[in-house]
Design a protein around this ligand. Sequence first.
Ligand code: ADP
Ligand code: ZN
Length: 755
Amino acid sequence: MSLLLAQAAVNDANIHFDKLYSYRIPAELAGRVFPGSMVLVPFGRGSKARMAVVLAVGEVDESDAPKGLKTLYDAAPEDARLTPDLLELVRFLKERTFCTWFEAVKAVIPYGAQYRPAVVDGRHVMQGRLTRSTERLYTLAGALPEKPKPGPRQLAAVAALQNGPLTARQLDEVGISRATLDGLVKKGVLTAAEQDKAIDLFAAIPFDPQPLELSPEQQQVFNDLLPNLEDARPHAALLHGVTGSGKTIVFLRLIQRTLELGRRALVLVPEISLTPQMIRRLKSTFGSRLAVQHSALNNTERLLQWRMIQQGNADIVVGTRSAVFAPLQNLGLIIMDEEQEHTYQSESAPRFDAHDVAKKRAVMENALLLFASATPLTETYHAAESGKLQLVQLTHRYGGRPLPSVDFIDMRAELAAGNPREVSVRLARELQENLDNGEQSILLLNRRGYRTIGMCTTCGHVLKCPNCSVPLVYHKPQQALLCHHCGHTVHPLPQTCPECGGKISYSGFGTQRVEEELAELLPGARILRMDQDSTFRKDAHETMLAQFARHEYDILLGTQMVAKGLDFEKVTLVGVLGIDSLLFGQGFRAYESVFSLITQVVGRGGRAALPGRALIQTSVPDHPVLQLAAAQDYKGFYREEITFRRFSLYPPFCSFVVVGFIGDQEGAVFIAAQRFGALLGQHAAQKPNIPLRILGPAPMNITMLNNKFRYKLTLKCRNDAAFRALLHETLDAYDAEKLPQKASVILDFNSDGDL
Ligand code: ADP
Ligand code: ZN
């Protein structure tokens, strides 16, 4: 007798025990269990029900079956299984990021499409996370009988459905209840059917295609890319275009061509705040076969959009990082706009970089992958320079507009002259000028809150989070101190030192403080503050940006979410505040990030008829990175940066991996990290040709987070299959010494120095 076995990866594993487990497939589930199937399995000593994903199915002879073989509890319907493409992406994530199988599964499908364990009539079964993603649709099917005399509500229902079917919700909105409708269904006057909920989230955006006429420079870029779009082979290219050069219109033409070729397009943007603008352009140009995937959608919306994609009803998908997994078939073009943004790297498991996944997909689908930026990552530009990516460039702003002029304001001089404010005299004056001229301004300050530090004036004690080794931030609306990492709140605001009773003084400034100063300095100015605190509401980004576009505000003040991609014609002044702390930040990408941030935000000004100018407040106006950013000299910056990377051995000249160790006892965490380093060194020494440098252990920048201690090893290496095998061996050896009990391990292949 032979029996059917499934090899499954279970949920809630960690890297130390993420193996495949064998289960017997019972006869009644045999037709439903395939590689990619979601199943419910008995796990561990108590045979607790856990979700799992099947990776292989096979037959074995009864006599060869493993001892103590357990039987699957349940399996999801066949149509819920991961397609071979998604399963391949799961394998890719597992192999490249050292996540668990199930973490990879959760990354590639939305929450709403997942299942959870339940018990029904004493049996273990699995249930969909979302059950109410369908709605009832009523259709007129016959005439209303004259007897008994129809009531007014019945007449109203029939009248409402005269012009075609409506959903229960639409009918409810005009006062027709479910009871009335179902009564009419019984009489045969109406029919009812369940359908997927309406999924056109952008019905309000009119289809209004404008001719896409390219400038000669844009046309050249398009022509250069076209052969690689048309030949249905995998290609990757970098579009390096200065801010305002019209990268978007080149995207639109490429998408248009992709659709003509009968293929589909995926557009990735780095932030939710940029999706409305992109959706508007795409929807008005191409109409309705457009879907979005980002985290501001609720679970139902996200699921419905995802199903729409999966069922082949979307030709274009727009979204943030996770949209890179959108199950588009026949993908011909992947665009990754503002490719330098760190938001393309996931900071929780699976710690993937969307660049890598996009490359993988381009290969799987024979698609053209286009990275685009005014300030590409040093690695990306290097790859383009050395011929690994096709390089196309837009060197001028559209319409011959000049790039904004940039000036520095020396904040040391400002302080010496006795200005106690964070907004300099000159910036305030120019903001006022803009106000008088009816022009708009954007101010960037990449710190939220009111005051960023509270310190005792007597003993110097800094008010820190009890769970995390970071200062607490004063938030004015709540009159409270907040931890930006764990959310810990202290209310009311402490006025005296918990150590010595001395007076607490609050200093450092965030967006709330600057908003207040602006209100004092510029009476009558309409100021819009945009940061994580002011945009937590759904649709807040879209609403606020639309208000600013309609000139309902004069000044847009915000964190990095105002720096990128936005295109407003009346913005002629850009101010940059509080940039110095980023310049002196840790991590080998600090300069690159500052250069990019300044170039991006400066590029928001002077994009239409009116010329733009930018003012950068700093205490180090002569800093070479600021000087290069002011000159908007990307190539100059790149040359400096690539020399530094080569000389100090950083990517692209090596791979950079951070191994994090996290546990309850600081000493034990340190020892575990040290032991991991030693094991890694020993195993590496037994192999030929594994280039490797191990640095540390050292405490992470935030040594304590959520009451856990954190140390790291930094590896400079060549991230290939041999190296990854070495890491696996080391993890096994670390396991064998029972060290995961002391400190769990996190591997990050995208870090710039810390986790
Ligand atoms: P980038 O993304 O390169 O910063 P955009 O794509 O936002 O630049 O273009 C900058 C501005 O120039 C936009 O307002 C855009 O509408 C306009 N523009 C660029 N190219 C064209 C074109 N070929 N025809 C009309 N307007 C264009
Ligand atoms: Zn905290």
